[in-house]
Design a protein around this ligand. Sequence first.
Ligand code: GDP
Ligand code: MG
Length: 141
Amino acid sequence: MAIERTLSIVKPDAVGKNVIGKIYDRFESAGLKIVAAKMKQLSRAEAEGFYAVHKERPFFKDLVDFMVSGPVMIQALEGENAVLKNRELMGATDPKKAEAGTIRADFADSIDANAVHGSDSVENAAIEVAYFFAASEISAR
Ligand code: GDP
Ligand code: MG
């Protein structure tokens, strides 16, 4: 299996609940390595740019409002099959539909305040990692 990188964000709801470490434990216990990380208060422009693919969706304004409502913790994860593995750890977008034991089932409250973001493809992962991290901020491990 290929070693991949994926972009993960601990969203403002989960940062506010003080569960960054518990979420990082899910990544590390699954064999994903954190190769870059930063805490950041996103500007509206940054959040809108990151979620540009959703800009025509009815929930876009709510999504941007939520993503700038407090600091986020942004990380690049590396490991075998990292994109799909992270999506499996996250669980379904709607926490009510997320499998037991997933991050969203355990830490998320609603479909908008759903604890984490994770890239959905290897192609988008490369774009999303580069959106937040310069090559010099990523440590080969
Ligand atoms: P993800 O890849 O599982 O995060 O889901 P999507 O890419 O489909 O949507 C991006 C984000 O938009 C989700 O994580 C939610 O925070 C938010 N979102 C998606 N669908 C809805 C919705 O129906 N209502 C609201 N308020 N937010 C939504
Ligand atoms: Mg998505």
